[in-house]
Ligand binder design. Structure first.
Ligand SMILES: Cc1ncc(COP(=O)(O)O)c(/C=N/[C@H](C(=O)O)[C@@H](O)C(C)C)c1O
Length: 380
């Protein structure tokens, strides 16, 4: 359960059996063709996979780099979160669990969990920071429409960090009946590895699509935004064995991999924003999905190995990138995904991203939930 020095399982004794039960069942399920077939079937007929790899022709011409967009915004519920939740919900049913617990920040993971609960007939309880309940109201309504109970969390910074802590506290109290559905490559072992495995469908598909469509078969760069890091980990998984350069883009205000120090939170050791006393600091990102003060352990390890590079972009750069994609390609990305594109726009034509390069960018979600934010920030 480790990625180099990172990862592990730093949980209270009372959670060890629950985490081990998930790890054991996942190992069995992941080598069971029946489970794999059920998951692949649902991802196809229900979640809408495979997602397209869309050439952004007008934007590519403007930037003089070839931009290919991996369209996780086109999955059912509108983000990559559905990939992970379908796997975990099937696992929960296989384990005979009676209900699902989840944390959410941007609400997309909460919506995906509520969706899977409705599909499989499992009650869902989603913990969400009060600040996020306000700024992602669109998704709170969707969760409730889908039959989930949304529990506002009013402790701490009232965002994702506190929602995750509250969800884990609740799981301790209900570990026999409830299954904790983690939304990113964070948490105690096996979650970071398991969520990466559920999300690697992004990278595995993209690898095949690049092999079919690119003369070089592999893009020069693979870029994805990083909150906890699951859409990036899934995308990178398809290319880590190739020569493609991997770039994770964090929010300036929530950059665990870029600005963090080693620490422990939410059951795992990784890189977290912390003060000199080792207290985990609050993240400050306009993007609720990136508003996390740490990063998944696999990314911390990839950074240490030098196999992936982690950069940050500002709120303003992300907003400008979202509007630019809308106007050059007719695609309104989630503000989280716009962070990945913002780095491509900044770097295009420089030694970081030379003219003529081919770059694959994962669009982790669609921007419906962010329309109010974008309208408020943009003179239209
Ligand atoms: C559209 C979209 N794109 C990217 C992210 C960042 O999550 P990762 O892919 O796990 O880094 C997110 C994260 N969303 C989570 C959520 O909706 O609850 C997030 O807030 C937490 C699960 C970490 C997202 O919604």
């Amino acid at each position: 359960g480790r990625f180099g020095r990172y990862g592990g399982r730093y949980v209270p004794e009372s959670l060890v059996p629950a985490c081990q039960a998930v790890a054991d069942e996942f190992a069995r399920a992941w080598s069971d063709p029946g489970f794999r077939g059920s998951l692949a079937g649902l991802l196809s007929v229900y979640a809408g996979r495979p997602t397209p790899l869309t050439p952004a022709l007008r934007l590519s011409a403007e930037l003089d780099v070839t931009v290919l967009l991996k369209r996780e915004d086109l999955t059912h519920t509108g983000s990559h979160k559905i990939n992970n939740v379908m796997g975990q919900a099937l696992l929960a049913r296989r384990m005979g669990r009676a209900r699902l617990i989840a944390e959410t920040g941007a609400g997309m993971h909460g919506v995906a969990t509520a969706t899977a609960g409705a599909l499989l007939g499992l009650p869902v309880k989603v913990f969400m920071g009060e600040r996020d309940v306000e700024r992602q109201a669109h998704n709170v309504f969707r969760m409730r429409l889908l039959g989930a109970e949304v529990v506002p969390v009013s402790t701490g910074s009232r965002t994702l960090k506190d929602a995750t802590s509250e969800a884990m506290r609740h799981w301790v109290a209900d570990a026999d009946e409830a299954y904790y559905c983690v939304g990113s490559v964070i948490g105690p072992h096996p979650y970071p590895m398991m969520v990466r495995e559920f999300q690697r469908v992004i990278g595995d598909e993209a690898r095949r699509q690049c092999a079919a469509e690119l003369p070089a078969a592999v893009p020069d760069y693979v870029v994805a935004c990083v909150g906890g890091g699951s859409n990036a980990a899934g995308t990178f998984a398809g290319f880590v064995g190739t020569a493609a350069k991997l770039v994770g883009v964090e929010a300036e205000g929530g950059a665990g991999a870029s600005n963090g120090e080693i620490g422990v939170l939410h059951g795992f050791q990784s890189l977290f924003l912390q003060d000199e006393d080792g207290h985990i600091e609050e993240a400050h990102s306009m993007a609720a999905g990136l508003d996390y003060p740490g990063v998944g352990p696999e990314h911390a390890h990839l950074r240490d190995l030098g196999r992936a590079r982690y950069v940050t972009v500002s709120d303003a750069e992300a907003i400008a990138a979202a509007v630019r994609l809308a106007r050059t390609e007719g695609i309104l990305p989630a503000i989280e995904s716009a962070h990945a594109l913002a780095w491509v726009i900044r770097a295009a034509g420089t030694s970081d991203l030379p003219a003529g390069s081919t770059v694959l960018v994962t669009l982790s979600g669609r921007g419906d939930k962010d329309v109010a934010t974008l309208m408020a920030e943009t003179e239209l």
